[in-house]
Ligand binder design. Structure first.
Ligand code: RAM
Length: 328
């Protein structure tokens, strides 16, 4: 921990006297973790894994972010953390280019920087904790969509934002797979929902009325899947327009059981948070360096590193047969 002021803040309830005498809490590494939005259940579940890793490693975790997705607010929070002098900043970037200036500034001041979930520019961080390759995610999404509609007909996409690198990459690889494999399917519209369920619902409602031949809605941000499902349900189109995408089991169970949503695809978000903290601490202790081929964690074992990407694993498909076995 670099800044005496932060020592005080981070220790929270520690009395004034603890500023004068070194306490155990004072010497803890501080890892600051920024979600796209702290109200999004996706990031709340990442935090659960991060908390577990922080406890195992004996570090101080600061978790803060915009209430709803807001790129400018993310910049402000990073600037505050630079002023406080945290040891590590780990960011899920709402705007790939937009956040990178602040992250470069942090690096210049000796703060280690990582990204997770959604990347920044490569020179603005040391490593990206990548949930799965964008090719793998795009392919899994498109193949599952094609399976649900017999590889024929119109579909639309709902994305989180147009500035987030993860959303852009996944959309790109969905379209690559579509072009390569499914000539009888047509992507008729792509609408952003700012990672908000209500906005996803109103976008999906508009898509349904503008595209009467629509066979499927694919939402690739987690609040978008229940949002699209609610729209399909309220339009009385359950079963006629399929819903699928990247979402959390808990937010989608009731729609899956009601037959509105067919497939929900995701990775283990708790593990993503856990791995991010292990990587941050290894970086701060100089145990993780450029060129490393793997990273060892506690309970989850080792993870492969490809270039500057630390890879979590493969996406998983949840449906009526298995979704109740998962609680996140
Ligand atoms: C949303 C966010 C996040 C993405 C998930 C699938 O919660 O956009 O970045 O990884 O969906």
């Amino acid at each position: 921990m670099k800044n005496p002021l932060l020592r005080f803040c981070a220790a929270g309830a520690v009395l004034l006297s603890s500023l004068l005498t070194a306490s155990a809490a004072d010497s803890k590494l501080i890892v600051a973790m920024l979600p796209k939005s702290k109200g999004n259940a996706y990031f709340i579940s990442c935090k659960a894994g991060a908390d577990k890793a922080a406890k195992e490693l004996g570090i101080q975790l600061l978790f803060d972010g915009p209430t709803d997705s807001n790129a400018a607010k993310q910049n402000e929070i990073v600037e505050n953390w630079i002023t406080l002098g945290v040891d590590v900043i780990a960011v899920a970037a709402e705007n790939k280019e937009g956040i990178s200036t602040a992250l470069r500034k942090a690096q210049k001041q000796g703060i280690k920087v990582l990204t997770y979930d959604a990347d920044a520019m490569a020179d603005a961080r040391s490593f990206f904790i990548n949930q799965a390759t964008p090719q793998g995610i795009g392919q899994t999404l498109m193949d599952e969509a094609a399976r649900l509609v017999g590889a024929e007909g119109e579909f639309a996409m709902i994305v989180g934002s147009l500035t987030a690198a993860n959303q852009r990459e996944w959309q790109k690889y969905v379209e690559v797979r579509l072009k390569e494999k499914f000539p009888k399917m047509k992507l008729v519209a792509v609408r952003p929902c700012d990672d908000l369920k209500d906005k996803a619902q109103s976008e999906a409602t508009a898509l349904l009325s503008a595209n009467p031949k629509l066979k499927l809605i694919m939402a690739i941000c987690s609040p978008g899947v229940p949002g699209a499902a609610e729209a399909v349900k309220q339009a009385g189109l359950t079963g006629k327009v399929k819903v699928m995408g990247l979402g959390l089991p808990n937010e989608n169970k009731r729609y899956v059981h009601a037959g509105v949503t067919d497939s929900v695809i995701l990775w283990n978000t708790g593990d993503l948070g856990y791995l991010t903290i292990y990587a941050g601490v290894a970086l701060a202790k100089d145990e993780l360096k450029k060129g490393a081929k793997s990273l060892k964690t506690g309970a989850l074992g080792s993870f492969a590193i490809e270039g500057d990407n630390i890879l979590l694993g493969q996406p998983f498909i949840f449906n009526q047969s298995n979704i109740d076995r998962f609680d996140f």
